[in-house]
Design a protein around this ligand. Structure first.
Ligand SMILES: [Zn+2]
Length: 201
């Protein structure tokens, strides 16, 4: 496994004090972080979010997707529980990179959906890689996971890596008029589950 733990520091946030843990993958020069709160050891399942970087949603306030709202909701839920971890993976645009994401958005502006746009650019619908997670979970000392996600495939991906994902917690937030079609595509083509289908919130 080529991802290696490097260093940790405090990260004060609007939701409380997190610890930030840096990991470097020398096989592809990617850098990932884990934000943790509380004691993650022991038998009680740990509240976890696996979040792939979305510069536009996480940092630029984009409403084209639900990433920013999901990241903030995960930080809030962990702060309320006082214990949990966010694995922030640097794989922009479901793994295609920032510039290709702009190309995909351009195609979507002209009518393609998020899956069709990726395919027109020659990419798979979802190019994300989770193989680095096993080493990161082991380093964090997490045994059992309750995962905040609407994506059952993410649960399967963890289990295939040997990570003990014991429970899926729906994580529905950030629906707005600009991303309604995007979320519908994620439900219809990428297998995401939404309980609040059709609601405006
Ligand atoms: Zn996003």
């Amino acid at each position: 496994m080529s991802v290696k733990y490097v260093e940790s520091s405090k990260l004060p946030t609007s939701w409380g004090m997190f610890e930030m843990h840096g990991f470097a993958d020398d096989s592809n020069d990617k850098e990932h972080v884990v934000l943790s709160m509380g004691d993650l050891s022991g038998d009680q399942p740990v509240l976890v979010r696996i979040h792939s970087e979305c510069l536009t949603g996480d940092a630029l306030f984009s409403l084209r997707c639900d990433c920013g709202a999901q990241l903030q909701a995960a930080m809030h839920r962990i702060a309320v529980e006082g214990r949990g971890a966010i694995f922030y993976l640097r794989q922009e645009g479901r793994g295609i990179g920032l510039i290709n994401k702009i190309r995909a958005y351009h195609l979507q502006d002209k009518g393609a959906d998020t899956v069709e746009a990726n395919e027109q650019l020659g990419f798979g619908a979802d190019m994300r890689d989770y193989s680095m997670l096993k080493a990161m979970f082991d380093k964090m000392g997490i045994d059992k996971v309750k995962l905040m996600t609407n994506n059952p495939r993410k649960m399967e991906a963890l289990r295939e890596l040997g990570i003990n994902a014991v429970e899926r917690l729906p994580h529905e937030t950030g629906r707005n008029p600009h991303n309604a079609h995007y979320l519908e595509t994620k439900r219809g083509k990428l297998g995401h589950l939404f309980q609040a289908e059709g609601e405006d919130t």
